[in-house]
Design a protein around this ligand. Structure first.
Ligand SMILES: Cc1cc2nc3c(=O)[nH]c(=O)nc-3n(C[C@H](O)[C@H](O)[C@H](O)COP(=O)(O)O)c2cc1C
Length: 152
């Protein structure tokens, strides 16, 4: 099973979370990951992953615009939707459910047939990070949910 994890990071926090998840999932699956500024949507479309995971920081109450732009472009070039998708966010303020807009974007752009309802949201201790301590458990639990989701 092939997984792609895409993200954008400004201060390194979203990258750390996504790369940690990658290292856990790599024990079981073929996982690729990249900052969206270093790849093209065609790289994902050509690879046809079974699952796409999208990670973004929250900025002014919304997911990062660069990630949104990448997802829009991906939607315009995909021949068929990817089977499944999941979402990750890093944020500083108290988590609010209306932050979770990436799932809507994935749906609106017909990126995936099914989106994991559980999201991984990792809170920072300061505006620019680092993450609150003890996030390893959350990342491990999310990796288990992703494994079950991709295999079901
Ligand atoms: C200009 C700016 C605006 C931000 N706005 C929000 C916000 O509205 N809500 C929130 O929870 N975090 C906000 N943050 C915190 C970021 O979400 C946090 O720095 C980010 O998750 C870290 O990810 P990164 O290190 O991968 O860039 C903001 C950070 C910056 C620098």
């Amino acid at each position: 099973m092939k997984i792609w994890i895409i993200y954008h990071t400004k201060h390194g926090n979203c990258e750390r979370v996504c790369e940690e998840l990658k290292s856990i999932l790599s024990g079981k699956f073929d996982v690729s990951s990249a900052d969206i500024t270093k790849i093209n949507p065609e790289d994902i479309a050509n690879d046809l992953p079974d699952l796409l995971i999208v990670g973004s920081r929250i900025i002014i109450g919304r997911p990062d615009k660069k990630v949104k732009k990448f997802v829009n472009k991906l939607g315009s070039i995909l021949q068929n939707p990817i089977s499944k998708a999941a979402t990750i966010y890093t944020h500083y303020l108290k988590w609010e459910s209306n932050y979770a807009k990436m799932a809507n974007l994935l749906e609106d752009n017909k990126i995936a047939n099914e989106i994991l309802p559980e999201i991984l949201n990792i809170k920072m201790i300061k505006m620019k990070g680092p993450a609150e301590p003890g996030q390893e458990n959350n990342i491990n639990e999310f990796a288990e949910k992703v494994s079950d989701f991709i295999e079901k």
